[in-house]
Design a protein around this ligand. Structure first.
Ligand SMILES: C[S@@+](CC[C@H](N)C(=O)[O-])C[C@H]1O[C@@H](n2cnc3c(N)ncnc32)[C@H](O)[C@@H]1O
Length: 322
């Protein structure tokens, strides 16, 4: 087994040059709001329906410069954000979007130097956000069973320059992970509850677990699994983001919004899960107590009904608990 190496030799320097350089990723934004992400390569041309531009004319400019295609269309030259990188990955799977990714990073408590396991890698959109957060001193260990997705993710990571902070494994997590003592584990697979023992084994005490699933049925299965596998501090959340039309005099929400992406479930492993019921949520404990009272009442009702049938004492019905 591989114990995580906490002294990373990587000396990652993201480009903070005052002007663009060959090899750098840039975004061109059209006046209509379309965004194009590409790498600056001397001698190459950028082509759109709004005309073309030689990359050579874009090298050596400050980010934020307005440039013009050969037919006169203005475009804004920008440094790509993490959201630009994530939403413009080549895709062979459904991906996690920045809305959820940034909250997942927060729930996993990641920072530079963290070691985090992810499965499945998919197209690597979330992997980009994880690597971005743990660089330059940390590491992402990501597992993907399908070769096609493994290769797509490798290419997306290479293009974003984040490959040094990611170890990819082309294998199923069915038999567990190669790491021990990691800070966090994230699962984006169809049945995450099948792998909770592996998660516990890989996490350091006090580590962070998060998963994203699209349906409530999966949330139910995962909650049952987490309670049974010695996890506490369980939370289920969903993010709804409402964008606004940025018009100062007529500020109002967009007409449409993304209705649903997924549910984010988070939990922490209990080192000594001898009495895991103690750590059930307050809502869960109240529900259990109510179920117990209901069972006692049902039993008493049954006893009295039997007595009545036998011609015995008449009782008023018992009130149900409020
Ligand atoms: C929805 S995709 C993940 C998308 C990814 N989070 C992203 O943002 O691009 C789920 C991936 O999990 C992979 N997968 C499913 N079961 C797996 C397993 N047992 N071990 C490893 N990978 C698995 C699938 O092949 C698929 O690529």
């Amino acid at each position: 087994m591989e114990n995580v190496n906490r002294s990373s030799p990587e000396n990652w320097v993201s480009s903070r040059s005052p002007v663009t350089e060959a090899g750098q990723l840039v975004v061109l934004v059209t006046s209509g709001g379309k965004r194009f992400l590409f790498q600056l390569q001397p001698g190459q041309y950028f082509h759109t329906h709004l005309g073309s531009l030689p990359h050579n004319d874009l090298i050596g400019l400050p980010m934020g410069t307005t440039v013009h295609s050969q037919i006169g269309h203005a475009m804004l030259l920008l440094e790509p954000s993490l959201a630009d990188l994530m939403t413009r990955v080549r895709r062979t799977t459904q991906i996690i979007y920045p809305k959820d990714a940034n909250y997942i990073v927060h729930k996993l408590n990641l920072r530079s130097g963290s070691h985090v396991i992810e499965a499945g890698t998919g197209s690597g959109a979330l992997t980009l956000a994880l690597a971005w957060s743990v660089a330059p001193a940390g590491m992402v260990y990501t597992y993907e069973v399908r070769a096609e997705n493994f290769n797509t993710a490798a290419e997306n990571l290479r293009r974003a320059g984040l490959q040094p902070f990611v170890k990819q494994y082309q294998e199923s997590i069915r038999d567990g992970f190669h790491q021990r003592g990691v800070d966090a584990v994230f699962l984006d697979v169809r049945m995450p509850w099948h792998y909770l023992e592996h998660v516990r084994t890989a996490l350091r005490p006090g580590g962070f677990f998060t998963s994203l699933v699209p349906t409530t049925n999966q949330v139910t299965e995962l909650l049952i699994g987490l309670e049974a596998s010695g996890f506490a501090d369980i939370e289920v959340e969903e993010l709804l983001v409402r964008r606004y039309k940025p018009v100062p005099d007529r500020l109002r929400p967009d007409d449409e919004m993304v209705g649903h992406t997924g549910f984010i479930i988070s939990a922490r492993p209990i080192v000594d899960p001898s009495d895991p019921k103690r750590w059930l949520s307050q809502e869960r404990k109240r529900y259990e107590a109510r179920k117990e009272v209901e069972a006692i009442i049902a039993e008493e009702e049954e006893r009295r009904a039997a007595e009545r049938d036998a011609g015995g004492k008449k009782y008023p019905r018992m009130p149900l608990p409020g």
